[in-house]
Ligand binder design. Structure first.
Ligand SMILES: [Zn+2]
Length: 298
């Protein structure tokens, strides 16, 4: 008696006699000797899709993720048509097997994404060297492998710290950069609903090392306000008085007074020709009477 073939699921380990009913179709080369079907059973894939949907709270992105895993071509329009179906994956695969998406796989998604990112790069290059240079600087500072948004987050975060605290020294710069990177990790993990407890601990440690911990900061602030000099220093560092506008620059004329009647006069006494003596001559000219000359009358 011939032994009935068994198809095993690589995920749950279950054995199935009917491959067609138990495994979804997939056109990528990796499954070609498995009759073009996945090696994970339908049940397991449906379960994983539901888990991703819970994790991302975004059905479309969860579906994109599952497409990437099993090599199915991802198309948002086709997905919208069947998103309320009871068995989304089965309905999607039936739909995408017809029309312009027929025969396409996730490899095509990858190629399309690669081409569009190349286009973006070219557009960015066209924007001028400025963009390229900025990007290079960001990569140098933060390392490779972050998205544009993440680089922007890191830079903004760093600038915010630098605006409030003195990050001038190299060790402070490094610590502040580490704080920014840890905050980015926390942000990423929160988006994925993962635990951030350890990273928060790291963040606190970093803040302690760099003296930026909120509690110490409050303590430090109290100390600063205890003496007037420290209070002024605090204000000068954080909110320095801006340069006055022209009308208030020398409102009582004291600067001009010293320039003309002290520097100007002194320069004149010692016979120095400079901007002070010139200003002095101009000013004194207003109060000088020229001795009249009678040469023409003679
Ligand atoms: Zn399974």
């Amino acid at each position: 008696m011939a032994v009935k073939p068994e198809f095993k699921c690589a995920c749950c380990g279950g054995a199935f006699s009917n491959q067609k009913d138990s495994f979804y179709i997939s056109k990528i080369d990796l499954f070609k000797s498995n009759s073009g079907r996945t090696t994970v059973c339908r049940e397991c894939i449906n379960f994983t899709f539901n888990e991703y949907t819970k994790k991302y709270e975004d059905k479309l992105y969860a579906f994109y993720h599952i497409c990437a895993k099993f090599g199915w071509y991802f198309n948002e329009e086709s997905f919208k048509l069947i998103e309320n179906d009871k068995n989304i994956i089965s309905a999607y695969l039936q739909k995408s097997n017809t029309g312009k998406n027929k025969g396409r796989t996730f490899d095509d998604n990858m190629r399309e994404e690669h081409e569009s990112s190349k286009l973006k790069e070219t557009a960015a290059e066209d924007e001028g060297e400025d963009f390229d240079e900025r990007r290079q600087k960001m990569i140098q500072r933060w390392g490779e492998g972050y998205g544009d948004n993440e680089y922007r987050f890191l830079e903004e975060e760093y600038n915010q710290w630098a605006a409030v605290y003195n990050c001038g020294e190299k060790n402070m710069q490094t610590l502040t950069e580490e704080i920014c990177l840890t905050k980015l990790i926390i942000r990423r993990k929160r988006q994925l609903k993962e635990s951030v407890k350890d990273d928060q601990k790291t963040l606190q440690d970093l803040m302690t090392s760099s003296n930026l911990k909120p509690m110490q900061e409050t303590g430090a602030n109290a100390g600063e306000q205890s003496t007037f000099g420290n209070f002024i220093k605090h204000i000068e560092n954080e909110r320095p008085i801006p340069e006055p506008s022209d009308e208030f620059r020398d409102a009582d004329g004291i600067l001009k007074y010293i320039r003309v009647w002290f520097f100007g006069h002194l320069s004149k006494i010692f016979g120095k020709q400079n901007e002070y003596s010139a200003e002095y001559e101009r000013e004194i000219g207003q109060y000088t009477v020229e001795v009249p000359s009678f040469e023409d009358d003679l």
